[in-house]
Ligand binder design. Structure first.
Ligand code: SF4
Length: 284
């Protein structure tokens, strides 16, 4: 299947978001889903444009609110493969509450955070992912706040799938997104996606020198949550690969009593008052 469309992205040349777009397109093709059964919901930021650049249903939402929309979509039509995408400002500032509760709730969607550790669209301010001491237009003397820690946050919120990729490694990123989309529950994927225009510290070269690829660690076991947290902390969050996976945890929709396999959008909703009363009784 071809998930490309004819819209030319207006990201800066070299932006890490190009690789995220390509990885999602390749992952969707590898899984074998149809474009008409794939929906991408995005937030606001440079990353938010991604929903328009892939041949699938696209919904460019509001800042920090991609996840509620994506979850609603999945609950209304569980036959859709639903992916939410946004930046670190979207997921770890204005939308942090949705990130935590979506992870905890475990509806079967994939969430890709395009983490460039800065606000790119508004031309380079400190984000919740900027490191302590980062100098930007909004913190000219250096940030006095430490960065939020996405992987520990996701694991402690109860995630059944936690991974981290890097735009400089398209093969691994594709594999991670593919596994996340196949996972039956909420999949949290943070991606180091360099902003080549405004972040002159966390560059492709910097990541290549500093990240540890856990795929190359024969002793690492992604089903061991304690080990996952230990590895993440040991390397100060600079790890890539599938960090933690719990294949046993049931997704939210599978736990809703009497939630039908037939998608809501395909059910006859023209109920009389009597029908509606008996419909409600199914949930008692
Ligand atoms: Fe990408 Fe940064 Fe340009 Fe935005 S400003 S498109 S994040 S390189």
């Amino acid at each position: 299947k071809d998930f490309r469309n004819d819209i030319k992205p207006n990201w800066c040349p070299g932006c890490g978001d190009f690789a995220v777009q390509a990885a999602i397109q390749r992952a969707a093709a590898n899984i074998g889903i149809e474009p008409e059964n794939f929906a991408i919901v995005s937030g606001i930021g440079c990353s938010g444009r991604i929903s328009g650049y892939i041949n699938a249903y696209g919904f460019h939402g509001i800042h920090g609110r991609a996840l509620p929309i994506a979850q609603g979509l999945k609950m209304a039509n569980r036959e859709l493969t639903v992916l939410a995408a946004g930046g670190d400002g979207d997921g770890f500032a204005i939308g942090t509450n949705h990130t935590i509760h979506s992870i905890r709730r475990n509806i079967d969607i994939t969430y890709v955070v395009m983490d460039n550790q800065i606000y790119g669209l508004t031309k380079g301010q400190t984000s919740p992912r900027s490191a302590f001491g980062t100098k930007t237009k909004s913190t000219p003397k250096g940030s006095i706040e430490p960065s939020i820690r996405p992987l520990e946050l996701a694991i402690s919120a109860g995630a059944g799938f936690v991974a981290q990729g890097f735009s400089g490694d398209l093969a691994q990123l594709t594999k991670i997104i593919e596994e996340g989309m196949k996972h039956k529950g909420f999949a949290f994927i943070n991606v180091f996606s360099p902003c080549v225009t405004f972040n002159k510290v966390n560059t492709y070269e910097w990541f290549k020198e500093n990240i540890i690829n856990l795929d190359n660690d024969p002793d690492f076991d992604s089903s061991n949550r304690s080990l996952a947290v230990q590895k993440v902390m040991e390397h100060d969050g600079l790890v890539t690969g599938i960090i933690y996976k719990d294949s046993e945890r049931e997704s939210y929709e599978n736990l809703v009593p009497n939630f039908k396999q037939t998608p809501l959008i395909k059910q006859d909703m023209s109920l009389s008052r009597e029908d509606f009363t008996s419909f409600l009784k199914e949930f008692e």
